[in-house]
Design a protein around this ligand. Structure first.
Ligand code: NAD
Ligand code: TYD
Length: 352
């Protein structure tokens, strides 16, 4: 049976990649709601918007009136909530917008679903969360599991944690059919170049300094966005209501390592001697509250839903360098205007 799914934040990095996958693999009618913040960009999904199965609505998930209208107009049975402010550094500069979208927005969506869904049959509210809610993992500790304690450090992760608590409470109290999916750091095409990997690739391609925070020994667990999106499809198809699934590809690298690998990939891409681009990285002031390490134990997802990641970071970085070189015009367009003001504020003291 054809379903109607509401995908919020579908013009963002992960939401756009997910839209492509779900459009390809299901017959679902897809309603995309995105307020098109600086991070939202329709050029990510231009081709998809031609499909008769996709309807795009520019709107804010905080807007309860809009949500009520949407639930009245469409028989929405699945909600996949990607919409959020997503960049930790911006949450430090301006936490207010994170409180609004990442907490109040989730509250509005939960309430819209609760008021509209008279039965839970065939319904699902899938909330996209982050491993950052668990805070910093000590170097020798085993990876995060669903049992790990919530200890968020940044305004971003605190808001994501707050939203998770709301989602679980709406399940426990009102019986709303929810699932939470908490993922590690994503990389892949169409990522906004304020995040480490695309920022490093573009600066390296352009011969600009590459900022590494603190000592560069912080560890992130990287997953290709397509692997994340495939996991989400599995969770929608076979996930158990009320559960949380951790999504990660078990690829831990220090930030310094990532930058080093990208510099080599850029040298190879430009056919210049290896080592040339290694002159660009500079150590800059550390991020306040900077989490040292994240790592995900994905065994629940792989055992229960037979999911496994396909992509390896090592082999993907050269492909990604090529992708960002080919999409330089896109990156230039979205990096203009407000982004440059942010960049100067964030990195200006380091004269990058
Ligand atoms: P992104 O910033 O690229 O995209 C977010 C999208 O949400 C944008 O299109 C933006 O316009 C939209 N949006 C923001 N506030 C909105 C609002 N109030 N109403 C409607 N639309 C709004 O982020 P992303 O990297 O694609 O992340 C998507 C989700 O995945 C987020 O919830 C994020 O917390 C989570 N997540 C991201 C990562 C990662 O590595 N990027 C890892 C784990 C979890
Ligand atoms: P980021 O891509 O912002 O993701 P998150 O903060 O959600 O993990 O950053 C990834 C890591 O890279 C994080 O430890 C901070 C670091 N980083 C830098 O060292 N320099 C930078 O310019 C950026 C944006 C991030």
């Amino acid at each position: 049976m054809k379903r109607t799914a509401l995908i919020t934040g579908g013009a963002g990095f992960i939401g756009g990649n997910f839209l492509r996958l779900v459009h390809e693999h299901t017959d679902d009618q897809l309603i995309v709601v995105d307020s098109l913040t600086y991070a939202g960009n329709l050029s990510r999904i231009t081709e998809l918007l031609k499909s008769s199965r996709i309807t795009f609505i520019k709107g804010d998930i905080v807007d309860t009136k809009l949500l009520a209208e949407l639930f009245q107009k469409y028989n929405i049975s699945v909600i996949v909530n990607f919409a959020a402010e997503s960049h930790v550094d911006r949450s430090i500069l301006n936490p207010g917008t994170f409180i609004k979208s990442n907490i109040e927005g989730v509250y509005s969506l939960l309430e819209a679903a609760r008021k509209s869904w008279l039965s839970t049959e065939g319904r699902l509210f899938l909330h996209i969360s982050s491993d950052e809610v668990f805070g910093s993992l000590p170097a020798q500790a085993s990876s995060f599991t669903v049992e790990s304690r919530y200890q968020p450090s940044s305004p971003y992760s605190a808001c994501k944690a707050a939203a998770d608590h709301l989602v679980r409470a709406w399940h426990a109290t009102y019986g709303l059919p929810v699932i939470i999916s908490s993922c590690s750091n994503n990389y892949g095409p169409w990522q906004f170049p304020e995040k480490l990997i695309p920022l490093t690739i573009l600066n390296a391609l352009e011969g600009k300094e590459i900022p590494i925070y603190g000592d560069g020994l912080q560890i992130r667990d990287w997953i290709h966005v397509e692997d994340h999106c495939r996991a989400l499809l599995k969770i929608i198809q076979r996930g158990k209501i009320g559960e949380t699934y951790l999504v990660g590809a078990q690829q831990e690298y220090t930030n310094g390592d990532i930058v080093h690998k990208i510099c080599n990939a850029v040298d190879d891409f430009k056919s210049i001697p290896r080592g040339t681009t290694q002159k660009l990285p500079i150590f800059v002031d550390d991020r306040p509250g900077h989490d040292r390490r994240y790592a995900i134990d994905n065994s629940k997802l792989s055992k229960e839903l037979s999911w496994m990641p396909y992509h390896r970071l090592e082999t993907n970085l050269p492909l990604l360098v090529e992708w960002y070189a080919r999409h330089h015009a896109w990156a230039d367009e979205i990096r203009s205007g407000d982004y440059m003001k942010y960049y100067e504020r964030q990195y200006g003291a380091n004269k990058i």
